[in-house]
Design a protein around this ligand. Structure first.
Ligand SMILES: *[C@@H]1O[C@H](CO)[C@@H](O)[C@H](O)[C@H]1NC(C)=O
Length: 163
């Protein structure tokens, strides 16, 4: 609904109201792989479990405090808590495989639970990207990412080493 009203605003006026990104701190991104969804699923779930505790953030960054909520090969739901400020973000991955070729599309979403968060320094994007990178999926065959500043708050300036 938010996205829709954003499009409508763009359509009826030339103001750049939506240039700054979503109206709430969040990120929507699609990742494509030339490997089976089962493999992608296992990599993501095992990475979420590896980063449950605080250890991953000992040297800084946000690669810790993930919590798996539910998982099936088609849908993974988790939470991520910022070790610094305690902000909680809800994340999910929807996995869709193509029947005739070995490939998998992952539609991912991360949304800050606090309704008032508008800026996040790209943290919602990093919530998702860090799992892709940490699990080695960014090196997988056919890896491709589709997102933008419009779909992800402050995506282009995100530094996932920090956030
Ligand atoms: C991201 O932050 C780290 C740690 O502060 C820094 O070393 C690195 O250069 C930054 N990367 C970019 C692309 O700004």
């Amino acid at each position: 609904m938010r996205l829709l009203s954003c499009f409508l605003v763009l359509a009826v006026s030339t103001t750049h109201l939506c240039d700054a990104g979503p109206l709430h701190a969040q990120c929507r991104a699609d990742w494509y792989f030339g490997i089976r969804c089962q493999t992608v699923y296992e990599a993501l779930v095992s990475q979420i479990k590896k980063w449950q505790g605080r250890d991953g953030c000992k040297m800084g960054g946000q690669r810790c405090l993930y919590k798996l909520k539910s998982s099936s090969v088609h849908f993974i739901a988790a939470k991520h808590t910022s070790p610094l400020r305690g902000n909680v973000d809800d994340i999910n991955f929807r996995l869709v495989s193509y029947p005739f070729i070995v490939s998998c599309r992952v539609s991912a979403m991360s949304v800050s639970e606090s309704w008032y968060r508008v800026k996040d320094h790209g943290a919602n994007y990093c919530n998702l990207y860090n799992l892709m990178e940490g699990s080695g999926l960014t090196q997988a065959s056919g890896y491709r990412e589709v997102t933008s500043d419009f779909m992800c708050t402050q995506r282009s300036t995100a530094n996932c080493t920090v956030y």
